[in-house]
Design a protein around this ligand. Structure first.
Ligand code: COS
Length: 383
């Protein structure tokens, strides 16, 4: 049984089967080689999955947020690297264009994104990580209305594969968050360069690299939203993105439980299945309990988003809790498998390496605690 609502179970079953057939066979190789597989990108494109959050008018699936979270969880259950690239494309790349783009920008970028050409989101910089307001990339407007962009972004997911990048830059010299504006850049533009690729501990098949902008000149039509509202736009974007990182952590946690349970039932010690040993049985029980609680939080924050209710605190709680559950379940899974847990014969060590990154990307656990506690204080002040 599952806490996934009955209405969403056929979708879950369909995606589970797709992932087993088209993604799982490539997951170990992508991790070992540190390279995303073209055939996975193409199979997902044929299924329309890159268009998950794009409206139907632009060729997307226009999924409700619970269906999207289920999609992300199921992809995460077989491959964290593919999952991160899908989540970054949908929640961070496509969402801001859907939410803040002009009709021309939507027509230009969304149909291609829905067909499986990737979109990236470049926010983090060498000196602006958790303090996202410290952005140093600059965009200076010229007399003819065009902009010249100068700066460096790092830890950008989909960096080398994307055909469009949503970026943030400071558009005047004032230090506050009110001088940050979003733009859409394309890799073919003069002055755009992809830099060093990250060699990561986990999610190794995902495409993460630096981006450099050197006197990159763009027209004003590449500006995404009004001047000076970029910080708020990406805070809203990250609110939604955190649901997907929570869902991804669920997928990795569920994958660890799947492997551990089967192992504990099939492997015998002193003539009895390992699952009969109380310490292993209790570990399995804790994994299932924590996983179910985290799934309820992820699904409820997704439902709140769809109902149009304020969900920022809930998505932060979902991301915080699910990513810690992801670490717990994958760590515990490695322990249940023991020596086999440390071997690449079983994927649980990959799930463990992948899960740790869910506690860091799209806002560390400390940032989620900041968002949650600030929301609590605001709620009290509003009484
Ligand atoms: N939705 C809409 N607006 C928001 C918002 C949200 N979720 N969160 C903040 N804002 C607004 C605030 O209302 C404030 O507006 P006013 O100046 O009009 O009052 C403005 O944004 C600044 O907010 P705040 O003062 O809270 O900003 P801080 O600099 O203190 O930063 C944190 C807040 C730490 C939460 C933010 O920097 C953050 O989320 N950092 C993590 C970034 C991150 O996740 N990076 C990983 C990226 S992975 S691609």
């Amino acid at each position: 049984m599952t806490v996934v609502p009955e209405s969403h179970r056929p979708w879950q079953a369909k995606i589970e089967a797709f992932c087993r057939t088209h993604i799982a066979p490539h997951a170990g190789r992508m991790d070992r080689e540190g390279e995303f597989a073209d055939e996975v990108q193409q199979a997902m494109a044929a299924e329309g999955l890159w268009g998950a959050v794009i409206p139907r008018d632009y060729g997307g699936l226009e999924l409700d947020t619970r269906s999207y979270a289920i999609l992300i969880e199921e992809v995460g259950r077989v491959c964290g690297s593919t999952c991160l690239m899908l989540a970054a494309h949908c929640s961070l790349g496509c969402f801001p264009i859907v939410a803040f783009g002009t009709e021309e920008q939507k027509q230009k970028y969304l149909p291609r994104a829905a067909k499986g050409e990737l979109v990236a989101f470049a926010l983090t910089e060498p000196e602006a990580g958790s303090d996202a307001g410290a952005t140093q990339t600059k965009a200076l407007q010229q007399g003819d209305g065009s902009w010249v962009v100068q700066g460096t972004k790092c830890w950008c997911t989909n960096a080398t594969r994307a055909f469009a990048h949503v970026i943030t830059a400071r558009t005047d010299d004032s230090p506050g968050v009110g001088s940050i504006t979003c733009f859409i850049l394309e890799p073919g533009m003069d002055g755009f360069a992809t830099g060093k690729k990250e060699d990561k501990m986990g999610l190794r098949g995902s495409d993460t690299a630096y981006l450099h902008f050197d006197d990159l000149k763009i027209g004003d039509e590449q500006r995404l939203g009004d001047v000076g509202v970029g910080f708020k736009q990406f805070m809203i974007t990250l609110d939604g993105g955190r649901i997907s990182i929570g869902a991804m952590a669920l997928g990795l946690a569920q994958a660890a439980l799947d492997v551990s349970l089967r192992y504990a039932v099939e492997h015998r010690e002193n003539g009895k299945p390992m699952a009969a040993r109380q310490s292993v049985a209790f570990d399995l029980a804790d994994m299932e309990t924590q996983l179910t609680a985290a799934r309820l939080l992820v699904l409820e924050s997704a439902a709140m988003k769809d109902r149009g209710e304020p969900f920022s605190k809930y998505s932060a709680m979902a991301k915080l809790f699910a990513s810690e559950v992801g670490r717990f379940c994958t760590y515990t899974g490695v322990g249940i498998l023991g020596k086999d847990g440390c071997s690449e014969r079983y994927p649980v060590e990959r799930f463990y390496r992948d899960a740790k990154l869910c506690e860091i990307g799209e806002g560390t656990s400390e940032i989620q605690r900041l968002v949650i506690s600030r929301a609590l204080v605001k709620e009290l002040e509003a009484l």
